[in-house]
Ligand binder design. Sequence first.
Ligand code: NIG
Ligand code: FE
Length: 413
Amino acid sequence: MSNSFQFLGPFKQILPLVGLPLKGAIAEEVLKATSDAGILVKNGWIAEVGDYKTLLPQAEKLQASHQPIIQDIVLLPGLVDAHTHICFAGNRASDYALRNTGKSYLDIAEAGGGIWHTVTETRKASREDLEYSLNKRVENHLKNGVTTIEVKSGYGLDLESELKMLRAIHSVNQKGIADLIPTCLAAHIVPKDFEGDATVYLHYITEKLLPILKREKLTNRIDIFIEQTAFGEKEATQFLNCAKQMGFQITVHADQFSVGGSAVAIEMGAQSADHLEASKTKEIEQLAASDTVAVVLPGASLGLGMPFAPARKLLDAGCCLAIASDWNPGSAPMGDLLTQAAVLGSYEKLSTPEVFTGLTFRAAHALGLEDRGRIQPGMLADLIGFPCEDYRDILYRQGNLKPELVWKNGVKI
Ligand code: NIG
Ligand code: FE
């Protein structure tokens, strides 16, 4: 196969995010931008990063395709959204309106809303319909600079419908417009039409669904929602142990309304514990001492009108902190990751590098991906360019400044 080279630039600034730690707080002044830079891309991977004028003769010698960029662009690694539920059918605008009149989750579920409503809509949808709407949301994310997207199942909650969701995610991923990382969340809630309690349901998933996921290579990640209204710590531990023994990686919806989930996640060696709005000092310290990534979801706080997860405290304790959108039709309908991260940064007093690392290589680490999230040789050429002169403009504009240029695997979108 012949090599294909591209030369990108010149960029007013690039933020390589190289040399920044995987865990803990990062002071503002540690972030270093490189000015007037160029990037040489080989077969979709970053080959060289350096001064534009210095790299230009090398790029010419390699006959790299090159269209000089004439406006001021600040370049970041493509964003990684480590937690979404964007494969779904239907709409829960009425839940949102009801919540804002003061109705509780329980009231809304009883009135026919909540997760179960989306399950009934998603079960009715064809796989083609799911693919169509998922693809639209992926395109929207990509336009906003998100080049890697985790996507959960969890609105099927029976064998056939969970498989329909995961196959839809697989098909959209095959199109290659963004990298989709599928996760099975069949353990979202006990479906209302299941005959048996939580333990029996988890047993059913373990016996019937997980072997098919392995066989069809639909996902190697398993998630569970640990909460009083979903699954308890004991049954979750048993379920996750089985999943681990089958070779699945683990992630947990943890400490959203009450604590307990993060301890299970840590004990199971989960890649990430996500939500953490209810985490207190004990949970924060345990997370910091573990290898489990703390994934905070400001979009869920905005959607539910509830306090943010303690991102500042998690970082100060020494956690690896990622910021994800949780984009879903119920608790987090907005889906604008950069806006949510900028707002979280303002409320939680996060430095610019803490927000940017939480959206890039720390988020990639939450998915077990070490080949992206930094701009350096050997990394995927997933790159996003903002029309501004200084990187500080990006969060200052609170998400209103969108990337003008997006490259996925070196291909300009
Ligand atoms: O992450 N917490 C559980 N699950 C989702 C909400 C899903 C929904 O409301 O449809 C979440 O917030
Ligand atoms: Fe979620």
